[in-house]
Design a protein around this ligand. Structure first.
Ligand SMILES: [Zn+2]
Ligand SMILES: [Zn+2]
Length: 454
C-alpha cells in the first residue's frame, strides 16, 4: 500500500525551497493518536480482497503470485492442500475460527467443546455461551454489518473466477448528472438487473453455495451483495474520474492524459481487469486517451510492466504498472522523459497518518507532489483517518482544494479480521484533493519559521 522504505529524497524542483528547510515540518506524528493506532488499517490483511495473508497461509500458499497462478489453472510451487471447492472454503472459514471474546482457538478447547458461530451474522465464533454473552454488548453494534461481510467474502469468489462480469458500455447520461452511486445504479438499472438475474440462476452460483456450510441466502441478499462487490471494483476508476473532474483536468489534451496511481499494491493490480477502467471512457466519452500507471513496490507481477509513452488512441485506457517507489520512478522515468508527466496523481489509502515509519516513507513523494504542483487525490477509510491525514497535509503546507465523503466509495464493509468487533470501514470512503503548496513563502520567511520551532 505504501513505499516500504525511504531511500533518498527527490531532486529539488527548480523553483522550490531548499530541502534542509522543508525537512523538519511534519512532526505532529511523534504523538500518534491512540484511536488512529487502534484502527490499525495500514496493516489491514486485505492485500487481496477477501483473502487475507492468514488465509493464504491456511491455503499453504507463499504469495499472491502463487495464488494467482492456481486461479489461472497453473501448478502451485508449494503443496496446495485442497482438492475441491468445499475444502477451500472450509480452510478460508477456518481462519475466522477463534473465540471473539477470549481468543481461544479450536486447538485450545477440550475434546467435547467446539467453537460456534453467532447465528445472526455467521461471522464471529465463540467457545461457549458465557463468552458470547459477555461479548454481546460490543458485538451487537457490528453484528448486522458483519453479516454482510460474511456473504460478500463468499460472493467475491465469483469475481475471482470471472463468473461475475461487471456491466459495461457507454453511459446514457453525461458525467455531470452521475453524481454518485444512486444515479450510477439508476442509469445502469436495466443492464444490471439482467446481469444479476442471469448470475443468480447460474451453475456457478449453485456450486458456490453447495460448497459452503452457510445456507444460501435469499435472492435479494445475494443481489445486494453483488452490487456491493461491484461498487468495490468500480470505486477506484470512478474516484479517479471524480478527481479528473474536480481538479479540472483537460481530458481532451492532445496525446492523451496520464494518471499515476502512487503507492499501488496488489489491491489496485491483482483483481483489476483492464475493463474496470473503461468506466473512465464512459465518464469522459470525448477523451483522447488515458494512460494509467500503477506505481508501487507491491504491484502484482503479471500486470503490464510497460510504461512507454507511445501515443494513445483516443477513447482508450492503457493500464500498466511500475514496481518501485514513486520518487525513484519520478527520477528514472518522468524526469528523463521516458514516461509522460502526470496530469493527476491518485493515492488509494496511502495510510501515512498511521505510523511514523509510513510517514517517513511517504514524505519524499508528498513533497514532490506539492512542490511540482501535481493535482493529487488521496483516499482514506474513515472520518478519523480523514482528520489525521488532513492535519498532516496542512502541516506540510499543501494547498488542499477539496475533501469530504466520496460519492463513489466502496459500499462493501471491510472487517478487521483480527478484531471482528471493530467498526467495519469502507474503501475510498473519503477523499482529499490538493494542488501545490498553500503559501509560497520566500527563503527568509521559511528559515524564520523553522528557527521558531527549534
Ligand atoms: Zn471464549
Ligand atoms: Zn453476530
Amino acid at each position: 500500500m505504501a513505499p516500504r522504505s525511504q531511500r533518498r529524497k527527490h531532486k529539488k524542483p527548480p523553483s522550490s525551497v531548499e530541502p534542509k528547510v522543508v525537512t523538519p515540518v511534519p512532526l505532529t506524528l511523534s504523538k500518534p493518536d491512540p484511536s488512529i493506532d487502534a484502527l490499525g488499517f495500514c496493516s489491514l490483511e486485505k492485500n487481496v480482497p477477501g483473502l487475507s495473508q492468514l488465509i493464504l497461509q491456511k491455503l499453504n500458499m507463499k504469495s499472491y503470485e502463487e495464488y494467482k497462478l492456481v486461479i489461472d489453472g497453473g501448478t502451485p510451487v508449494s503443496a496446495f492442500r485442497f482438492h475441491c471447492p468445499q475444502e477451500m472454503f472450509q480452510k478460508m472459514e477456518d481462519t475466522f475460527r477463534f473465540c471473539a471474546q477470549c481468543r481461544a482457538l479450536p486447538s485450545d478447547l477440550s475434546d467435547s467443546r467446539v467453537l460456534r458461530c453467532c447465528k445472526r451474522c455467521r461471522n464471529v465464533y465463540y467457545c461457549g455461551p458465557e463468552c458470547q454473552r459477555s461479548d454481546w454488548p460490543a458485538h451487537k453494534k457490528v453484528c448486522q454489518e458483519l453479516r454482510l461481510v460474511a456473504v460478500d467474502r463468499l460472493m467475491e469468489w465469483l469475481l475471482v473466477t470471472g463468473d461475475f462480469v461487471l456491466p459495461s458500455g457507454p453511459w446514457p447520461r453525461s458525467a455531470e448528472v452521475v453524481q454518485g452511486w444512486d444515479s450510477w445504479f439508476s442509469m445502469r438499472a436495466l443492464q444490471l438487473d439482467a446481469t444479476l438475474d442471469a448470475l443468480l440462476s447460474s451453475p456457478a452460483m449453485t456450486t458456490l453455495w453447495a460448497s459452503v456450510r452457510h445456507p444460501r441466502p435469499a435472492s435479494d441478499v445475494l443481489r445486494d451483495s453483488l452490487k456491493r462487490l461491484l461498487t468495490d471494483a468500480l470505486s477506484r476508476p470512478l474516484t479517479m474520474g471524480l478527481g479528473l473532474q474536480a481538479l479540472g483536468i483537460d481530458v481532451g489534451k492532445a496525446g492523451g492524459s496520464t494518471v499515476h496511481v502512487v503507492g499501488a499494491s496488489h489491491v489496485e493490480t491483482f483483481l483489476t481487469r483492464p475493463g474496470d477502467y473503461d468506466e473512465l471512457t464512459y465518464m469522459f466519452p470525448r477523451h483522447l486517451g488515458f494512460r494509467v500507471i500503477m506505481v508501487g513496490v507491491d504491484v502484482a507481477t503479471g500486470f503490464s510492466q510497460s510504461t512507454s509513452s507511445s501515443p494513445l488512441e483516443p477513447g482508450t485506457v492503457q493500464l500498466s504498472s511500475h514496481r518501485g517507489l514513486y520518487h525513484d520512478f519520478w527520477e528514472e522515468q518522468v524526469e528523463t522523459g521516458q514516461t509522460a508527466h502526470p496530469d493527476l496523481v491518485v493515492g488509494f489509502h496511502p495510510g501515512f497518518h498511521s505510523s511514523p515509519d509510513l510517514m517517513e516513507a511517504w514524505l519524499p513523494t508528498l513533497l514532490l507532489l506539492r512542490d511540482y504542483k501535481i493535482p493529487t487525490l488521496l483516499t482514506v477509510y474513515s472520518h478519523q483517518e480523514l482528520a489525521a491525514s488532513l492535519q498532516i497535509l496542512v502541516d506540510l503546507d499543501t494547498h488542499i482544494t477539496a475533501y469530504g465523503a466520496n460519492p463513489f466509495t466502496s459500499l462493501k464493509p471491510e472487517q478487521v479480521y483480527s478484531n471482528p468487533n471493530k467498526q467495519p470501514v469502507y474503501c475510498n470512503a473519503y477523499y482529499i484533493m490538493f494542488l501545490g503548496g498553500f503559501c509560497q513563502l520566500d527563503q527568509r520567511q521559511l528559515e524564520e519559521k523553522v528557527d521558531g520551532r527549534v
